[in-house]
Design a protein around this ligand. Structure first.
Ligand code: KG4
Ligand code: ZN
Length: 349
């Protein structure tokens, strides 16, 4: 089965063609980062308009790259949520219209299920069951995964998502949006031990997270340093040391909580997914922990960690191939808990 996937939940227009027999045929991504950068974050109305401009040309491009025609497409998957409603509506409308005109089934995919399954696109995919750490700009969740659509939530962030915390710290350091990758790059020049930040909620039981206190700690540290130096602009090394301490606190928090989740479930496989799973220090920290734990760590290649069309094409293809499809109602959702999804093949229209 050949599926066209369309992702428009936030500030990236992503499209891909996935074939259940031969794998990923092609994918294309258009990032709106430059459009939103001067506002310091995503402006929803601008995002929707840009998705409208880019969706069809990108679909044409990806079909050509996949050496396939619309007539050879057997199904269409689009992101139905969670995300910005106006942006989601663009992908949903385009997907629905194409599906109707071609007479093929369409399906609305859960964005976080897309992220969660992205490591399945790799040469050595993880085997179920596993523990998944989902870390994106909007979500931070630990999930026990028995199979596609069989998710139980083990823990989640009570406030900011990890990516959001990275982005806010980026802003405090005067870095451009999105701050995550820029904070990570700056942290590489940081010296360990200059600052020690708290590892939130690790000294009590449970698998929930909280990042807003850590964010405040960073803000206070920067203010103290500015006061001490009597200058608004901090030396590059101080900025790098703060970035390092922040990233290290986030990574160690995840290491502790993931180890705890593996112990609680008795599982030996850990999957990390979502934009923050592209972070190299996080990967290294978790890899070291998994080696000690005699377990295995899986993640997607960096371009499939952040938003992309391939993960939506893949997740949609699994569900369409299992006989699922959507009805005619418009079904986009700003909020949509992952654990309310039906097990594979059990979705009724
Ligand atoms: O999954 P994603 O592309 O979009 C959402 O579904 O939210 O995640 C985007 C988030 C942003 O907050 C971005 O700053 C963060 O992932 N991110 C990173 C890195 N790359 C992306 N955070 C830390 N280190 C990175 N290398
Ligand atoms: Zn995402």
């Amino acid at each position: 089965m050949r599926v066209l996937g369309i992702e428009t939940s936030c500030d990236e227009t992503g499209v891909a063609v996935y074939d259940t027999e031969t794998g990923l045929l092609a994918d294309r991504l258009y990032s709106q980062v430059e459009l939103h950068a001067r506002f310091g974050g995503v402006v929803p109305e601008l995002a929707s308009r840009d998705h409208i401009r880019k969706a069809l040309p990108l679909i044409q491009e990806v079909l050509e790259a996949a050496d396939t025609s619309l007539q050879e497409v057997d199904g269409i998957a689009y992101t139905a949520g969670p995300g910005l409603v106006g942006a989601l509506l663009v992908g949903a409308s385009v997907g629905r219209a194409l599906g109707m005109s071609l007479g093929v089934p369409t399906i609305g995919v859960h964005h976080m299920e897309g992220h969660l399954l992205a490591p399945m696109l790799e040469e050595h995919p993880p085997q179920f069951p596993f523990v998944a750490l989902l870390v994106s700009g909007g979500h931070t969740q630990l999930v026990r995964v028995e199979g596609i659509g069989r998710y139980s939530l083990l823990g989640e962030s009570l406030d900011d998502a990890a990516g959001e915390a990275f982005d806010k710290v980026g802003k405090m350091l005067g870095l451009d949006y999105p701050g995550g990758p820029r904070v990570a790059a700056l942290a590489q020049h940081g010296i360990a031990g200059r600052y020690k930040f708290p590892r939130p909620m690790t000294n009590r039981p449970g698998l929930d997270f909280s990042f807003s206190g850590l964010k405040t700690f960073v803000r206070n540290t920067l203010e103290q340093e500015r006061d001490a130096l009597g200058a608004e602009a901090l030396p590059q090394q101080v900025q790098a040391d703060v970035a390092f301490a922040f990233e290290d606190a986030v990574v160690q928090t995840f290491v502790i909580k993931c180890r705890r989740a593996l112990e609680a479930t008795g599982l030996k496989t850990l999957v990390i997914a979502g934009g923050v799973s592209a972070n190299l220090s996080l990967r290294a920290g978790l890899q070291a922990m998994m080696e000690k734990h005699n377990g295995q760590l899986f993640y997607a290649q960096p371009r499939f960690c952040t938003d992309n069309g391939a993960m939506i094409a893949y997740a949609g293809a699994q569900r369409l191939a299992a006989g699922e499809k959507d009805g005619l109602e418009l079904n986009v959702k700003a909020r949509w808990p992952l654990n309310t999804l039906p097990p594979l093949g059990q979705k009724s229209i």
